[in-house]
Ligand binder design. Structure first.
Ligand SMILES: CC(C)(CO)[C@@H](O)C(=O)[O-]
Length: 352
């Protein structure tokens, strides 16, 4: 972490997740937030944002230090943290392409202090292309994955965000990809950057915690997304509805079993893998869900709003790992095929 009194933090994507954690960081008085609001700039400038959060409290008309419409505008300075809270939809654009003005600046004018990228996004392998792009830049960088377990929604035309129930944010850093000009930061710097972020979020009221292994945390999270998010989306049903039917409950179990097999084949065997990704985790996930839950996973909310969904990150990412390791995934293949048909329609309508 730099010695600056106030850190500059750029949050790219100011939907519910981005705004919630931006507000948490702002509450510490240690950061200045630059919010890149690609679709909700006018609403934010005119009304500010009302926050109604169980963990962060209530606030009316909050405005971050500054809001900009594009990543280009945000690239006028360097940042201690660049929080990626946009949906990872590689069939529309990749993370390095979306962040290219910030990456170009890092390359042309490398700061001496570390820049940490924080990926608050769902999926498997979503960090790969960013790590690859950063390996060609000499500036010192760290990539952190954040797995969010939180029910937060933008309501009232984006003027308000609500957050109910429990919240957990599991954060861990990735080992950097090596490259000819990569400035591979010592592991201690990655740890410091992670600890600083977690300390700030916890001070604000979040239940942020460090993952001993970012990859295991991602697989643990995708167990939920690849099963609940996809089945709820294909059936347009609440979490409680897919739990209630014996057939769909069994389908959730079958999908999670496939994901677990791929996870174990992809990860280096370790006691942590055995513990976090044991067969018992499926029962734990199923029994932890409220059978009466009316929760709509974000993939279903995207479909309802006519927005492209995180199919590639959530299902495609698992399938690509499965193919590398020769793991058959008949259930996930079918889910993927169905979702891709819907996704194509969503992307085509968006282009019209
Ligand atoms: C798992 C989840 C409900 C937690 O916030 C979220 O990832 C979602 O809906 O995609």
């Amino acid at each position: 972490m730099s010695n600056r009194e106030v850190m500059d933090v750029c949050v790219v994507g100011f939907g519910a997740i981005g705004a919630l954690y931006a507000y948490a960081l702002h509450k510490t008085n240690k950061v200045r937030i630059t919010a890149v609001c690609r679709s909700n700039y006018d609403v934010l400038q005119e009304h500010g944002l009302d926050i109604e959060s169980k963990i962060l409290g209530h606030y009316t008309s909050w405005k971050p230090y500054r809001a900009v419409r594009t990543v280009e505008e945000a690239a006028d300075r360097s940042y201690a943290y660049i929080v990626c809270a946009f949906k990872c939809i590689s069939d529309i654009t990749t993370t390095p392409a979306l962040l290219s003005p910030l990456l170009s600046r890092l390359s042309a004018d490398p700061p001496t202090s570390t820049t940490t990228f924080v990926l608050l996004q769902n999926g498997i392998g979503i960090e790969d292309d960013l790590l690859e792009a950063l390996s060609k830049i000499s500036a010192p960088t760290v990539v952190i994955s954040g797995c969010c377990w939180v029910d937060t929604t933008a309501v009232d035309g984006g003027k308000k965000i609500t957050q109910h129930g429990n919240e957990t944010l599991v954060l861990g850093y990735h080992r950097p990809a090596s490259g000819p000009s990569a400035s591979v930061v010592p592991e201690q710097i990655a740890k410091d950057s992670l600890d600083t972020l977690i300390d700030m979020l916890r001070a604000a009221g979040s239940n942020a915690e460090a993952a001993p292994d970012a990859d295991i945390a991602r697989w643990r999270k995708v167990l939920w997304n690849a099963s609940f998010s996809t089945l709820c989306t294909l059936t347009r049903a609440h979490v409680g509805d897919v739990l209630a039917q014996p057939n769909s409950r069994q389908a959730l179990r079958d999908i999670m079993t496939e994901v677990l097999t791929v996870a174990r084949a992809s990860l280096t065997p370790s006691p942590a893998v055995d513990e976090s990704l044991s067969d018992g985790v499926i029962d734990l996930i199923l029994t932890n869900e409220n059978p009466k839950s009316v929760f709509r996973p974000s993939m279903l909310v995207d479909l309802d709003c006519g927005r492209p969904m995180e199919v590639e990150a959530i299902v495609g990412g698992v399938l690509r790992r499965a193919r590398v390791h020769g793991v058959p995934t008949p259930k996930l293949d079918l889910i993927y095929a169905g979702l891709l048909v819907i996704q194509k329609g969503l992307i085509n309508r968006r282009r019209d």
